[in-house]
Design a protein around this ligand. Structure first.
Ligand SMILES: Cc1cc2nc3c(=O)[nH]c(=O)nc-3n(C[C@H](O)[C@H](O)[C@H](O)COP(=O)(O)OP(=O)(O)OC[C@H]3O[C@@H](n4cnc5c(N)ncnc54)[C@H](O)[C@@H]3O)c2cc1C
Length: 453
């Protein structure tokens, strides 16, 4: 039996607007999908959710029509369920569990979204109140920081989140476009966390405004850094400094901070008729789909195979329906300039697997004499991110790993500076929403344990 899909805006319509693409499940389909799950052979399977959500129990509750109970069950482990229900990469759906062999995997992500959207109005979070008298500062309000703040508050700690930007949410607000994650969904999740007693301070730059020892002097028992990563782009790509070449963050920040009509009429930065996006992760796909909504012709290129894309399968299919041209196994060699020193195109080479060498590993190598040009007036670099450098201003004793991520103890989440913890993208090499949330959750548990002892 095929996977039951939620309703979506048709491609011809959604390509003209920035409104949410997925419209969710009608109740009947959703119950059918939950029933299909009940035919699974191993209902005790945990599906490998990094947050440890009890998937079998919440789906049973959905099937029985108890969306409030299902949401409460999800919230026991997941502090941002409506967001995960929309944009989690859903490793649970890929887990090699024992679903009946003739069936497609169940749409667990969409069922989570259904429980969140339908259960929210009647769900009331349990208020704990400050019971310990201890204060923790969280730096950064992305998903890692929000998750940690929620967990710490639920343990009775006084939590203050410090955010450099005027609005909360980190990449969820300034990276993911409205058509994948509406801002009102993010706002509602943040309000839920605020209602636990978490305090938020925006326009507050840690490092510049305040160092770790100042937090300690102000009575904070622990400081947790969740400051994310920055766009690095392909700085070593010849032509990356030409006019018309942008980082993914520039495009997404602009799309996320302008009104839709204003952005469509007069996008800033200016975007040419033909666009090449370089990258293989969500940031690359999101930039591509923003440009498609501006009526541009967009080609996404990356050196790996389509299987290397770290993108939820529906999103990829939707982008193709919207007109995205995808050139896998294509390595950019340089960006070529026009007479005014603006981008004119990307010189590329085809890649293919060379025979396994002595190492026994199949390696991707350029195909001889396969160079070709993709014309483009705008090139977006959406590949290669590095750890936010802000924490370095916190103190020279802060040690980094070889890949530039903040070095932490794998169990205590402590950095090389006493009382300073770190989690999320800033400590991980490759990461996704559910992974950084799991990291924030574990760091909070480590802080709670250390403050109890
Ligand atoms: C465009 C894009 C789309 C993505 N889509 C998906 C997806 O669909 N599914 C998925 O699973 N993953 C996705 N990801 C990955 C996921 O969003 C990130 O892994 C996640 O947001 C990282 O969370 P974080 O809390 O560690 O950092 P961030 O979300 O980056 O948050 C860090 C916060 O710290 C703040 N900060 C930085 N410096 C300071 C300072 N000095 N003082 C105070 N505050 C500071 C920042 O302003 C920000 O709010 C996407 C990433 C991008 C870029």
């Amino acid at each position: 039996m095929a996977q039951i899909k939620p309703n979506f805006q048709p491609a011809v319509k959604r390509i003209k607007n920035f409104q949410e693409i997925a419209l969710g499940f009608p109740k009947k389909f959703m119950v059918d999908e939950a029933i299909r799950y009940s035919q699974c052979i191993d209902l005790d399977c945990d599906h490998g959710c990094p947050l440890g959500v009890d998937i079998p129990t919440f789906i049973r509750m959905v099937r029985e029509g108890d969306s409030v109970g299902a949401l409460a069950k999800i919230r026991e482990q997941n502090d941002l369920p409506a967001i995960c229900g929309r944009v989690c990469l859903a490793p649970c759906e890929k887990a090699s569990c024992a679903q009946a062999a003739d069936q497609a995997g169940v749409s667990i992500r969409a069922l989570e979204r259904y429980a969140s959207d339908h259960g929210r109005a009647r769900f009331a979070a349990k208020k704990v109140g400050i019971t310990t008298g201890k204060k923790v500062a969280v730096i950064g309000s992305g998903p890692a920081g929000l998750t940690a703040a929620s967990r710490l508050a639920k343990a009775g700690l006084k939590v203050t989140v410090h955010e450099i930007l005027p609005l909360l949410g980190g990449t969820l607000r300034y990276g993911l476009p409205e058509f994948r994650l509406p801002k009102n969904v993010l706002d509602a999740e943040i309000e839920e966390i605020r209602s636990l007693g978490v305090e938020f301070k925006t326009n507050f730059s840690v490092g510049q405004s305040m160092k770790v020892d100042q937090f300690l002097r102000e009575g904070y028992a622990a400081v947790l850094l969740t400051v994310g990563k920055n766009s690095l782009g392909l700085l070593d790509l010849p032509g990356a400094d030409l006019g018309g070449v942008y980082y993914s963050q520039e495009i997404l920040l602009s799309a996320n901070t302008h009104f839709e009509d204003q952005f469509k009429k007069n996008p800033s930065p200016r975007i040419g008729d033909k666009v090449v996006v370089i990258g293989s992760e969500n940031a690359a796909l999101d930039c591509s789909r923003v440009c498609l909504r501006l009526g541009r012709e967009v080609t996404l290129i990356f050196p790996g195979t389509p299987e290397d894309l770290k993108i939820y399968s529906d999103d990829l299919e939707h982008a193709k329906e919207e007109g995205l041209k995808i050139e896998a196994l294509t390595k950019p060699l340089s960006i070529l300039a026009d007479a005014k020193n603006f981008a004119a195109g990307v010189q590329c080479v085809r890649m293919d697997f060379a025979d396994a060498g002595e190492s026994g590993k199949w390696e991707l190598k350029p195909v001889p004499a396969s160079e070709y040009l993709v014309e483009a007036q705008t090139v977006i670099l959406a590949s290669g991110f590095k750890t936010n450098s802000a924490p370095l201003t916190l103190g020279s004793q802060l040690l980094l790993n070889e890949n530039g991520a903040i070095k932490i103890h794998s169990e205590t989440f402590l950095t090389s500076i006493p009382h300073l913890y770190a989690a999320g993208d800033s400590v991980q090499d490759a990461s996704s929403l559910v992974e950084v949330m799991a990291s924030g959750k574990k760091a909070a548990a480590a802080i709670i344990k250390s403050l109890k002892s």
